[in-house]
Ligand binder design. Structure first.
Ligand code: PEP
Length: 250
Protein backbone atom coordinates (compact mmCIF):
# COMPACT_ATOMS: atom_id res chain seq x y z
CA UNK A 1 0.00 0.00 0.00
CA UNK A 2 1.58 3.23 -1.21
CA UNK A 3 0.02 5.46 1.45
CA UNK A 4 1.99 3.78 4.25
CA UNK A 5 5.79 4.00 4.27
CA UNK A 6 7.30 0.51 4.13
CA UNK A 7 9.10 -0.38 7.38
CA UNK A 8 11.86 -2.92 7.98
CA UNK A 9 13.14 -3.65 11.48
CA UNK A 10 16.14 -5.81 12.32
CA UNK A 11 16.12 -7.51 15.72
CA UNK A 12 19.64 -8.71 16.49
CA UNK A 13 18.35 -10.39 19.68
CA UNK A 14 21.18 -11.44 22.07
CA UNK A 15 23.74 -11.71 19.26
CA UNK A 16 26.85 -9.82 18.31
CA UNK A 17 29.94 -8.14 19.68
CA UNK A 18 31.44 -4.66 19.62
CA UNK A 19 33.09 -5.57 16.35
CA UNK A 20 30.26 -7.45 14.62
CA UNK A 21 27.68 -4.77 15.46
CA UNK A 22 30.08 -2.19 14.05
CA UNK A 23 30.59 -4.25 10.91
CA UNK A 24 26.84 -4.75 10.41
CA UNK A 25 26.14 -1.02 10.76
CA UNK A 26 29.00 -0.23 8.43
CA UNK A 27 27.60 -2.61 5.82
CA UNK A 28 24.20 -0.99 6.11
CA UNK A 29 25.62 2.52 5.81
CA UNK A 30 27.48 1.46 2.69
CA UNK A 31 24.30 0.03 1.14
CA UNK A 32 23.17 3.64 0.60
CA UNK A 33 19.51 2.94 1.29
CA UNK A 34 17.36 5.60 -0.33
CA UNK A 35 15.10 6.27 2.65
CA UNK A 36 11.89 5.18 0.90
CA UNK A 37 11.70 2.30 3.36
CA UNK A 38 12.04 3.19 7.04
CA UNK A 39 14.84 0.98 8.39
CA UNK A 40 15.39 0.45 12.12
CA UNK A 41 17.92 -1.92 13.69
CA UNK A 42 17.86 -3.20 17.26
CA UNK A 43 21.19 -4.36 18.69
CA UNK A 44 21.48 -5.58 22.29
CA UNK A 45 21.27 -2.77 24.88
CA UNK A 46 25.00 -2.87 25.52
CA UNK A 47 25.69 -1.76 21.94
CA UNK A 48 22.95 0.87 21.51
CA UNK A 49 25.17 3.91 22.11
CA UNK A 50 27.88 2.62 19.84
CA UNK A 51 25.37 1.77 17.10
CA UNK A 52 23.71 5.15 17.47
CA UNK A 53 27.06 6.91 16.91
CA UNK A 54 28.01 4.72 13.97
CA UNK A 55 24.72 4.64 12.08
CA UNK A 56 23.96 7.09 9.29
CA UNK A 57 20.55 8.30 8.13
CA UNK A 58 18.15 7.01 6.99
CA UNK A 59 18.85 4.03 9.27
CA UNK A 60 17.62 4.38 12.85
CA UNK A 61 18.30 2.48 16.08
CA UNK A 62 15.89 0.66 18.40
CA UNK A 63 16.16 -0.95 21.82
CA UNK A 64 14.79 -4.47 22.22
CA UNK A 65 12.89 -3.77 25.43
CA UNK A 66 12.32 -1.17 28.14
CA UNK A 67 10.71 -0.93 31.56
CA UNK A 68 7.53 0.88 32.61
CA UNK A 69 9.01 3.00 35.39
CA UNK A 70 10.74 6.35 34.87
CA UNK A 71 13.70 5.46 37.14
CA UNK A 72 14.48 3.59 40.32
CA UNK A 73 15.27 0.26 41.87
CA UNK A 74 14.81 -2.03 38.87
CA UNK A 75 18.17 -3.75 38.53
CA UNK A 76 19.05 -4.63 34.96
CA UNK A 77 16.24 -2.62 33.38
CA UNK A 78 16.29 0.48 31.16
CA UNK A 79 13.78 3.33 31.47
CA UNK A 80 12.09 4.80 28.39
CA UNK A 81 13.44 8.24 29.37
CA UNK A 82 16.98 6.81 29.40
CA UNK A 83 16.56 5.66 25.81
CA UNK A 84 15.28 9.11 24.88
CA UNK A 85 18.25 10.66 26.71
CA UNK A 86 20.62 8.43 24.73
CA UNK A 87 18.83 9.49 21.52
CA UNK A 88 17.54 6.02 20.77
CA UNK A 89 14.24 6.73 19.01
CA UNK A 90 12.63 3.27 18.90
CA UNK A 91 11.91 0.33 21.18
CA UNK A 92 10.58 -3.18 20.49
CA UNK A 93 7.93 -4.14 23.04
CA UNK A 94 6.12 -7.44 23.55
CA UNK A 95 8.39 -9.69 21.53
CA UNK A 96 7.20 -13.28 21.94
CA UNK A 97 10.54 -14.28 23.49
CA UNK A 98 9.92 -11.74 26.25
CA UNK A 99 6.31 -12.83 26.65
CA UNK A 100 7.32 -16.49 26.84
CA UNK A 101 10.60 -16.34 28.77
CA UNK A 102 10.62 -13.12 30.79
CA UNK A 103 7.12 -12.73 32.15
CA UNK A 104 5.88 -9.93 29.89
CA UNK A 105 2.13 -10.32 30.41
CA UNK A 106 -0.42 -8.56 28.17
CA UNK A 107 -0.88 -5.92 30.88
CA UNK A 108 2.86 -5.38 31.34
CA UNK A 109 3.31 -5.05 27.58
CA UNK A 110 0.50 -2.48 27.47
CA UNK A 111 2.01 -0.52 30.36
CA UNK A 112 5.46 -0.58 28.76
CA UNK A 113 3.99 0.66 25.48
CA UNK A 114 2.20 3.51 27.23
CA UNK A 115 5.32 4.48 29.21
CA UNK A 116 7.46 4.37 26.08
CA UNK A 117 5.14 6.53 23.99
CA UNK A 118 4.67 9.02 26.82
CA UNK A 119 8.45 9.33 27.16
CA UNK A 120 8.70 10.14 23.45
CA UNK A 121 9.73 6.80 21.96
CA UNK A 122 8.30 5.09 18.94
CA UNK A 123 7.29 1.49 19.50
CA UNK A 124 7.42 -1.72 17.47
CA UNK A 125 4.65 -3.58 19.25
CA UNK A 126 4.81 -7.35 18.72
CA UNK A 127 1.83 -9.67 18.86
CA UNK A 128 1.21 -13.17 17.59
CA UNK A 129 -0.36 -16.56 18.21
CA UNK A 130 1.31 -19.89 18.97
CA UNK A 131 0.91 -22.94 16.73
CA UNK A 132 -1.51 -24.49 19.21
CA UNK A 133 -3.65 -21.35 19.19
CA UNK A 134 -3.68 -21.25 15.38
CA UNK A 135 -4.65 -24.91 15.21
CA UNK A 136 -7.44 -24.20 17.68
CA UNK A 137 -8.79 -21.39 15.42
CA UNK A 138 -7.83 -18.80 18.02
CA UNK A 139 -5.55 -16.65 15.85
CA UNK A 140 -7.79 -13.57 15.72
CA UNK A 141 -8.88 -13.93 19.32
CA UNK A 142 -5.29 -14.10 20.62
CA UNK A 143 -4.01 -11.20 18.52
CA UNK A 144 -7.01 -9.07 19.40
CA UNK A 145 -6.57 -9.80 23.11
CA UNK A 146 -2.92 -8.76 22.92
CA UNK A 147 -3.84 -5.54 21.10
CA UNK A 148 -6.90 -4.80 23.24
CA UNK A 149 -4.75 -4.37 26.36
CA UNK A 150 -2.82 -1.66 24.53
CA UNK A 151 -5.96 -0.06 23.06
CA UNK A 152 -7.25 0.18 26.64
CA UNK A 153 -4.35 2.36 27.82
CA UNK A 154 -3.50 4.54 24.79
CA UNK A 155 -5.07 7.71 23.41
CA UNK A 156 -5.97 7.64 19.74
CA UNK A 157 -3.15 10.01 18.81
CA UNK A 158 -0.50 7.79 20.45
CA UNK A 159 -1.04 5.21 17.70
CA UNK A 160 0.88 7.42 15.26
CA UNK A 161 4.04 6.40 17.17
CA UNK A 162 3.35 2.69 16.90
CA UNK A 163 4.11 0.01 14.35
CA UNK A 164 2.34 -3.31 14.93
CA UNK A 165 4.48 -6.37 14.25
CA UNK A 166 2.40 -9.47 13.61
CA UNK A 167 4.75 -12.30 14.48
CA UNK A 168 3.18 -15.74 14.62
CA UNK A 169 5.20 -17.55 17.29
CA UNK A 170 5.33 -20.70 15.15
CA UNK A 171 7.16 -18.78 12.42
CA UNK A 172 9.81 -17.11 14.60
CA UNK A 173 13.24 -18.62 14.15
CA UNK A 174 11.73 -21.82 12.77
CA UNK A 175 12.19 -21.34 9.03
CA UNK A 176 8.40 -21.81 8.75
CA UNK A 177 7.32 -18.52 7.18
CA UNK A 178 3.63 -17.69 7.04
CA UNK A 179 2.51 -17.72 3.42
CA UNK A 180 1.78 -14.29 1.96
CA UNK A 181 -1.92 -15.25 2.05
CA UNK A 182 -1.81 -16.34 5.71
CA UNK A 183 -0.06 -13.15 6.75
CA UNK A 184 -2.29 -10.91 4.60
CA UNK A 185 -5.40 -12.49 6.10
CA UNK A 186 -4.32 -11.69 9.65
CA UNK A 187 -3.09 -8.19 8.78
CA UNK A 188 -6.37 -7.31 7.06
CA UNK A 189 -8.33 -8.67 9.98
CA UNK A 190 -6.25 -6.68 12.48
CA UNK A 191 -6.64 -3.49 10.46
CA UNK A 192 -10.40 -3.93 10.38
CA UNK A 193 -10.42 -4.60 14.11
CA UNK A 194 -8.38 -1.42 14.73
CA UNK A 195 -10.92 0.57 12.71
CA UNK A 196 -13.69 -0.62 15.02
CA UNK A 197 -11.76 -0.30 18.29
CA UNK A 198 -9.72 2.87 17.67
CA UNK A 199 -10.66 4.70 14.46
CA UNK A 200 -10.74 4.30 10.71
CA UNK A 201 -7.99 6.90 10.41
CA UNK A 202 -5.62 5.00 12.71
CA UNK A 203 -6.46 1.73 10.95
CA UNK A 204 -5.66 3.26 7.55
CA UNK A 205 -2.38 4.82 8.70
CA UNK A 206 -0.84 2.27 11.05
CA UNK A 207 1.93 0.09 9.68
CA UNK A 208 1.31 -3.62 10.29
CA UNK A 209 4.53 -5.47 9.60
CA UNK A 210 5.12 -9.21 9.45
CA UNK A 211 7.78 -11.15 11.33
CA UNK A 212 8.68 -14.82 11.26
CA UNK A 213 11.51 -16.32 9.22
CA UNK A 214 11.56 -13.50 6.68
CA UNK A 215 14.62 -13.81 4.44
CA UNK A 216 16.11 -12.49 1.23
CA UNK A 217 14.15 -15.07 -0.78
CA UNK A 218 10.61 -14.76 0.58
CA UNK A 219 10.48 -11.01 1.31
CA UNK A 220 9.38 -9.78 -2.11
CA UNK A 221 6.31 -12.02 -2.35
CA UNK A 222 5.24 -11.02 1.17
CA UNK A 223 5.80 -7.34 0.39
CA UNK A 224 3.28 -7.48 -2.46
CA UNK A 225 0.34 -8.04 -0.12
CA UNK A 226 -1.86 -4.99 0.41
CA UNK A 227 -1.80 -5.01 4.20
CA UNK A 228 1.82 -6.07 4.75
CA UNK A 229 3.64 -2.80 5.39
CA UNK A 230 7.06 -4.23 6.11
CA UNK A 231 8.92 -6.75 8.24
CA UNK A 232 10.48 -7.40 11.58
CA UNK A 233 13.47 -9.60 10.87
CA UNK A 234 15.36 -11.71 13.41
CA UNK A 235 17.88 -14.24 12.15
CA UNK A 236 18.36 -12.67 8.72
CA UNK A 237 18.96 -9.20 10.19
CA UNK A 238 22.53 -10.12 11.06
CA UNK A 239 23.27 -11.49 7.61
CA UNK A 240 24.13 -9.67 4.36
CA UNK A 241 20.67 -10.53 2.96
CA UNK A 242 19.15 -7.98 5.38
CA UNK A 243 20.00 -5.33 2.79
CA UNK A 244 17.87 -7.20 0.22
CA UNK A 245 14.99 -7.31 2.70
CA UNK A 246 15.33 -3.54 3.22
CA UNK A 247 14.85 -3.20 -0.54
CA UNK A 248 11.92 -5.65 -0.78
CA UNK A 249 9.35 -2.97 -1.61
CA UNK A 250 11.41 -1.29 -4.32
C1 PEP B 1 11.89 -11.97 15.45
O1 PEP B 1 12.52 -12.40 16.39
O2 PEP B 1 11.28 -10.89 15.55
C2 PEP B 1 11.85 -12.78 14.23
C3 PEP B 1 10.93 -12.53 13.34
O3 PEP B 1 12.80 -13.75 14.10
P1 PEP B 1 13.16 -14.61 12.78
O4 PEP B 1 13.20 -13.65 11.63
O5 PEP B 1 14.48 -15.20 13.09
O6 PEP B 1 12.07 -15.62 12.62
Amino acid sequence: NQSRQFFVGGNFKMNGSVKSVSDLIKGMNEAKLDGKTEVVVAPPALYLLQASKEVQPPIQISAQNCHTAAYGAFTGEIAPAQLVDAQIPWVIIGHSERRQMFGDTVEFVADKTKAAVEAGLKVILCIGETLEERKGDKTDEVNQRQLQSVVDVLDEKAWSDIVIAYEPVWAIGTGLTATPQQAQEVHASLRKWMAGKVSQEVADKIRIIYGGSVNGKNCRELAKEADIDGFLVGGASIKPEFIDICKAAE
